[in-house]
Design a protein around this ligand. Structure first.
Ligand code: SF4
Ligand code: SF4
Length: 302
């Protein structure tokens, strides 16, 4: 219901989606109106991505999540889930350079809800809501092989240690603090507004092959840590992960370690690098859809 109300709150902004983008250089006074021999400088920056390509990205995002649900819940295949992870990292990460990004869109959505002068493109709105809607029904399919930030961490997991439960729970609260702070800074008046999540995205520097040295170091630090602590950014800092976790509480389907009857041998809990198995059952809000537990299960192997 809160999600539906949030969707409805965007309706007044729909008209803004029809306004075609116009580069300032085309709407600004031109050489002939300025006079005095003024020459309009050549525009060097690339034009924004074509609208149909942006829409295609949203369809690809939706398709990738559909595939993630199918591979993990139906096929129960770790091998193909890894293939999807690599594909998403290549496309959404390195080719699209971290765009489209539902994580950063939290801030755009927060500003659009609080500032009538600010509206966001439908593609950003869709990117924000789609993973949440999927999580409402099937769990965190977006985190399993679709999100580029999750994918890059997924692929470096080497020898994960088990984080003590209390520490894991305490660190897990950080993402909600980060979420609150990011929203507070985003909804400030336009002049003092700050998009914290984007400024401190640890992996976008790798995707764009450029970035501030301290951010590249931070990203590198997360990847090194991620070899021994499964997906540290996802579990402890990602603000969108907090929203997804909340949505999964309503999900009717999610990872079940064996289709019919658990063996209660504990092999799955040992195999899960994310501490997402409690009492030998997958915990939906923490399960990152990696499908490792299937491989470890004598009954669940695909
Ligand atoms: S927790 Fe956040 S960073 Fe990790 S996969 Fe999910 S959305 Fe992406
Ligand atoms: S329970 Fe753990 S191992 Fe199984 S899919 Fe979820 S995160 Fe992966």
């Amino acid at each position: 219901m809160p999600l539906l109300l949030l969707c409805l709150s965007f309706l007044p902004n729909l008209h803004a989606q029809a306004i075609p983008y116009s580069r300032p250089v085309e709407t600004a006074p031109q050489a002939e109106t300025i006079g005095g021999g003024y020459k309009t400088p050549v525009v060097q920056k690339p034009l924004p991505r074509d609208y149909w390509l942006q829409v295609m990205d949203v369809f690809l995002l939706a398709a990738a999540m559909g595939i993630s649900v199918w591979l993990v819940l139906k096929r129960r295949s770790r091998k193909w889930a890894v293939a999807l992870t690599i594909g998403s990292l290549a496309y959404f990460g390195f080719y699209r350079e971290g765009c489209i990004c539902p994580i950063g869109s939290i801030q755009n959505v927060a500003v659009a809800l609080t500032d009538r002068a600010y509206s966001i493109p439908m593609v950003v709105t869709a990117a924000f809501f789609l993973p949440l809607v999927v999580a409402l029904f099937y769990g965190r399919a977006f985190c399993g092989g679709v999100c580029a930030l999750g994918a890059i961490q997924e692929l470096v997991v080497l020898k994960p240690v088990r984080v003590p439960e209390r520490l894991d729970r305490a660190l897990g609260l950080l993402k909600y603090v980060y979420l609150g702070l990011a929203i507070l800074l985003a909804i400030k008046p336009a002049l003092g507004r700050d998009f914290l999540i984007c400024r401190f995205d640890p992996f976008v520097g790798f995707f764009r092959r450029t970035g501030a040295p301290h951010m590249l170091l931070l990203g590198g630090g997360f990847l090194v840590l991620g070899m021994f602590v499964g997906r540290p950014y996802c579990r402890y800092l990602c603000p969108y992960g907090g929203l997804l976790a909340w949505c999964t509480r309503l999900a009717r389907r999610g990872v079940t370690i064996t289709p019919d009857k658990e063996l209660d041998c504990g092999l799955c809990a040992e195999a899960c690098p994310y501490g997402a198995i409690d009492h030998l059952r997958a915990v939906r809000k923490d399960c990152l859809y990696c499908a490792r537990c299937y491989d470890s299960c004598p009954r669940g192997r695909s």
